[in-house]
Design a protein around this ligand. Structure first.
Ligand code: SF4
Ligand code: ZN
Length: 393
């Protein structure tokens, strides 16, 4: 006997992953859209008259978001002006194709579109970055640059808010990743439906409680035009592990995704815990808790042939950089000041005779100062050319 829809008398065609309800197509659309509407109204996401940029990649999440927001804006008269904003990372064979989908979406949904590219903003495409750094850490560059590129594009479009297609699965993964990294600052922020209110532009996630599986179902049954190929420089291994872990959890406990989000929301940080304070980047003016924002450090590294400068435990790189510069400066002083030079030589020889060895050793290989000086020359780390804010960072 055919299964009936739990909400009407029609025949059910799917089982909702989120609730287990058997639903017909129309009732699924209704339930899906109403939940997004509830998320928007509960969090007061929109203000009448605002211009809202939808971060559009051509993928399923942002395509469904554009479609649903356009429908809800008409149905419930939010009174917002919707526009599409895309970032071209410069990934041949991936982003160029997906941007074609966005351009079709622009026609289908009749919304204005702006595309900003890494090449025009940073002078680098992801293809060129991957050529320099390889396939490890490429997503760090891409993620940091994209975040800033979206803000810059949004400012050019004079929008008041950005919305992105991040879904419940993405947010649960981010919670797990921040727990594993012990990143209290991000853990506290990552479940917020709106971020960036203190900085550039507010950025909201209307799909915060929407399951990825349901977004795929919605796009499939509505026959939406979206691009489903994976990035050629994927996967982002760390997020991939968090995703696999949550999928395993879901098999044991179907509500795992929402449970993780709720756990993240319930976490509170003691007042005594010191969190990074937000300021602005000394070079580009973008929000940053350090003198230079992450994008400027990564860019500096790329432009100087030191692409690992802003990656991982980058303080080690910076410390090394500072030590090398200090050594070089010291060596320069010895050469240019005759009195100092004699004094230094005398001190060095007396230290040598006292300890039996030279005090100034290369920290990398203990071979002596000349090796260090050569490394400095090789890397062209002339203090005058380095941004002072970078040195102090
Ligand atoms: Fe960028 Fe990595 Fe995503 Fe590719 S997978 S678009 S390189 S963040
Ligand atoms: Zn900056």
């Amino acid at each position: 006997m055919p299964i009936k829809c739990n909400l009407c008398e029609a025949g059910a065609i799917l089982k909702r992953p989120k609730t287990g309800d058997a639903l017909c197509k129309n009732c699924f659309y209704f339930a899906f859209e109403e939940e997004v509407h509830k998320t928007i109204t509960d969090a007061n996401l929109f203000v009448r008259g605002e211009t809202v940029a939808i971060g559009a990649s051509g993928g399923k999440d942002s395509t469904v978001l554009a479609y649903v927001l356009k429908a809800l804006n008409q149905r419930y008269d939010y009174g917002v002006n919707l526009v599409l904003l895309s970032v071209d990372e410069g990934i041949t064979g991936y982003r160029d194709d997906s941007l074609e989908t966005v351009k079709r979406n622009q026609q289908q949904y009749d919304l204005p579109l702006k595309i900003v590219s890494y090449e025009e903003l940073y002078g680098w495409t992801m293809d060129a970055i991957v050529k320099q750094i390889g396939l490890k850490n490429n997503c760090t560059f891409c993620g940091v640059f994209r975040r800033q590129a979206l803000d810059r594009g949004a400012i050019l479009m004079k929008v008041d808010r950005i919305v992105t297609g991040h879904n419940a699965d993405d947010i649960a993964e981010t919670v797990i990743m921040n727990v594993l990294r012990g990143d209290i600052g991000r853990l506290q922020r990552c479940t917020a439906i709106t971020t960036g209110t203190e900085g550039a532009l507010p950025r909201s996630k209307p799909f915060k409680y929407t399951y990825e599986k349901e977004i795929v179902m919605y796009a499939y049954f509505k026959k939406l035009d979206y691009f489903s190929t994976e990035c050629i420089y994927s996967p982002n291994a760390y997020r991939g592990f968090a995703r696999a872990y949550i999928k395993d959890l879901e098999k044991i406990r179907p509500s795992a995704i929402i449970d993780i989000i709720h756990s993240g929301e319930s976490l509170s940080v003691k007042k005594a815990v010191k969190l990074p304070t937000q300021g602005t980047c000394e070079r580009c003016g973008y929000i940053s808790s350090n003198p230079l924002c992450k994008a400027c450090i990564l860019l500096e590294g790329l432009n100087r042939g030191l692409p690992r400068l802003g990656i991982g435990k980058s303080h080690k790189e910076r410390r090394k950089l500072n030590e090398m510069l200090a050594q070089k400066e010291e060596a320069g002083n010895e050469k240019t000041t005759p009195d100092n030079s004699r004094e230094t030589t005398e001190n060095a020889s007396s230290e040598k005779s006292a300890s039996g060895s030279s005090k100034q050793k290369c920290e990398n290989c203990s071979c002596g100062q000349k090796c260090l000086a050569e490394k400095v020359e090789d890397l062209q780390l002339d203090r005058r050319k380095i941004d002072p804010a970078l040195i102090d960072f």
